[in-house]
Design a protein around this ligand. Structure first.
Ligand code: NAD
Ligand code: IPM
Ligand code: MN
Length: 348
């Protein structure tokens, strides 16, 4: 059956970085994969022009008619409360039940690690971020002089995330750390710890522990090498993954894949760089497309295309090692030249 992807470039630099990976889809097809894709112009521009966040049938089309989504970024200063971003990105993560957001940090160059005496090759951390709950799924309340947000944590979602994190740690033979603030968030993070304790006995090969998230951040900056998989709720996972972006060259480099371990629908993954729409860079040929390329590789691996994923990751590595760099990495290449430098390293 044809593998069908939806391409959603989104806002700001989203379309700029997505444009660089589209020729990689042609390359995959030329290698004999049965692949087709549709490009969808959903984002702030369309919302401001029509008042509609997504066309009526869009969600069902994605859910039942695609295998995965390539996503740029959403967010636009003209929509200050980000309601369209919520209605697109957060809705897709939640309603497609893309329960796990994997955000790997595997620095490719020594120069990309800002930490003293930490060799790049010794850092390999993956954040497993719960992607559907926490404070992201409930509406808060603003009253005069008071504002309240709510966070929801359900046992099935926490269990699903932790099972996936344990499985990954077992596969890699690395440690699992569960980030929490159960000393304060007694209800929600208390539930996380109870579920963690209940399932850890089924994974005796994985060295696993809970850690207060504040202490974890300190330990990560002091020495990230002992960490393997870090499981966290939606909010803490968001924060930790941006810290880890800084260990691998910055926001322009960090990749991510949101995926559904239980595969409830045909569409089971959404690849997106960790960065946002970077309004400060838009239209200036300054955005680094590396995170978009590495996210695309994560999607290929999820789709079962390991050789293509590896070839793409290798192309990124060789390009960076050969000196290709955008200004955020201290280089002079523009977005398009950086994209071309990476693609030129793709082997047939
Ligand atoms: P951001 O990631 O857009 O930018 C943060 C910093 O990183 C900026 O200095 C930016 O110039 C830099 N940066 C980001 N991507 C880069 C790239 N590819 N190359 C080089 N430098 C890069 O985060 P922000 O400024 O906090 O948010 C801007 C908008 O993006 C907001 O509307 C926010 O809600 C949205 N956002 C969306 C996503 C997403 O769609 N997944 C993720 C994060 C933020
Ligand atoms: C990310 C972003 C989003 C999040 C925002 C844009 C809602 O920061 O993808 O990391 O918090 O999940
Ligand atoms: Mn974020």
């Amino acid at each position: 059956m044809t593998t069908r992807l939806a391409v959603i470039p989104g806002d700001g630099i989203g379309p700029e970085v997505v444009a660089e990976v589209l020729p990689v889809l042609d390359w995959v097809r030329d290698r004999g994969r049965d692949l087709a894709w549709d490009r969808h112009p959903w984002g702030a521009e369309r919302y401001l022009a029509t008042g509609e966040i997504l066309p009526e049938t869009a969600f069902e089309t994605l859910r039942d008619g695609t295998d995965g989504i390539l996503f740029g970024a959403v967010g636009d200063p003209r929509v200050p409360d980000g309601r369209h971003a919520e209605g697109i990105l957060l809705r897709l993560r939640r309603d497609l039940e893309l329960a796990v957001n994997s955000r790997p940090c595997r620095p490719l160059l020594e120069a990309h690690v800002p930490l003293k005496d930490v060799p790049a090759g010794q850092v390999w951390i993956e954040v497993f971020r719960e992607n559907t709950e926490g404070p992201y799924c409930l509406k808060g309340v603003s009253e005069p002089g008071r504002a309240t947000d709510f966070a929801e944590h359900s046992e099935p979602a926490v269990r699903r995330l932790l099972e996936a994190a344990f499985a990954r740690a077992a596969e890699r033979g690395c440690a699992l750390t569960v980030a929490h603030k159960a000393n304060v968030l007694k209800h929600g993070h208390g539930l996380w710890l109870r579920v963690f304790e209940a399932i850890r006995a089924s994974h005796p090969s994985v060295p696993a522990r809970g850690m207060h998230a504040d202490a974890l951040l300190c330990a990560l900056v002091q020495d990230p090498r002992p960490f393997g998989v870090i499981a966290a709720d939606n909010y803490l996972g968001d924060l930790i993954s941006d810290l880890l972006a800084a260990f691998q060259g910055g926001m322009g480099v960090a990749p991510s894949l949101s995926w559904a371990p239980h595969r409830p629908y045909r569409c089971s993954a959404l690849a997106e760089p960790v960065h946002g729409s970077a309004p400060d860079l838009v239209g200036r040929d300054l955005a680094n497309p590396t995170g978009m390329f590495l996210s695309t590789a994560l999607l290929f691996r999820h789709l079962g295309w390991a050789p293509e994923a590896q070839a793409l990751e290798q192309a990124v590595t060789v390009a960076l090692q050969g000196g290709a760099a955008t200004p955020d990495l201290g280089g002079t290449l523009g977005t398009r030249a950086m994209g071309a430098a990476i693609r030129s390293r793709l082997t047939a």
